[in-house]
Design a protein around this ligand. Sequence first.
Ligand code: SAJ
Length: 412
Amino acid sequence: MKVCIIGQGYIGLPTAALFARNHCEVVGVDISEEMIKNLNKGIIHIEEPGISDIIKKAVELKVYKASLTPQKADAFIITVPTPYIVENYSCDLSYVITACESILPYLEKGNTVIIESTIAPMSTDETIKPIFEKAGFTIGKDLFLAHCPERVLPGRIIDELIHNDRIIGGVTPECAKKACEVYGQFVEGDLMLTEAKTAELSKCMENTFRDVNIALANELAKICAEIGVNALDVIEMANKHPRVNLHSPGPGVGGHCLAIDPYFIYAKAPEQAKIIKLARDTNNSMPDFVVENAKKIIPNGKIAILGVSYKGNTGDDRESPAYEIIAKLSTNYEIAIHDPHITNPDFVSLDEATKDANLILVLCDHNEFKNLDYDLISKNMNNPIIFDTKNIIKEVPNEIKLYNYGNLYELN
Ligand code: SAJ
């Protein structure tokens, strides 16, 4: 099978790698010239275990080729971003539409087109299907269109792409069957056949479920700071109940999924989606909560920021709440940023960041931060204080004061 994948980002590239490893011929298309040049040399641009080796080998074997333009293929998979439109929170389909239009000259009867990008409910039927119909195709007869959302966790993408169950939302039952044949090339999880609109809403609801639960944990953290209870103990105790799973409070919700997908549902039915919107607002308020508490700890001075990735142990800083926190603190404080997973000429080593700092502010749960070099910190800081917003530091030496979401009430 020959597969053409439009968009070589966090999902498109690993998906391309797996098709190539499973004896398909793969063309990976992207608009970035530099990325295409590098990919054709086997050099990848994302930090994700396992991908680099597969792509290098696939390039050598000539089963993977990166290109600025699509090519004829049996199946086309669209994995481009879907941001949201700031004014009304609706799903911005412009990249998806452009990607669909870009494959029109290469489409032939019998081809399968799959949209993997997360899209708002009804997008496939109302917006995407007409693009192909206008080009003369009859969906379900001579072109097969499906929405099959990706559902993988960064850091575990290869494993999850292979083993997770997948939702296969066909515009017609025949479309779903054809899309199944495509994923059957490498997916070992169940392929669940359904309609496109059910697939769209299921995907958005998966991330909304998590966003709402995180909002509940964040609300608990605020309540506890107010009334003087240890939020982390509450979570630990309550989670001993067999049917309770309180999530973890933090500095806010980042990434390209949880912070965006709930808005796609809200924009479709704002009168009904009350909890969904409130959860978004609560999670969006967390950077201010962090800033307020940091100000209570020290009114001025130098803050060492540890971690700006939205997710621990990755270099992914998309929609990271850390940047809003840094921007808000920058007006009052000298800021030094350390993140061992992100290459940025402005970021510094742990030593340099903590030198003469008044506060260490942990914003990300990288493993490196779980056991910091406390000798170095005690040497570098006069009166060392750590505010751990990810609640990952369990113990510190006596001379270091540790704040986390368990004891913020001490600041009142
Ligand atoms: N977070 C908390 N508290 C928690 C859990 C997470 O504050 O208890 C924060 C994280 O720090 C991060 C954000 O939420 O800033 C999102 O992290 P995440 O690891 O929960 O989610 P994503 O966005 O990396 O990946 C999600 C996953 N969805 C679900 O778990 C339902 C993944 O399976 C999806 O494939 C992905 O979205 C996607 O592509 O939609």
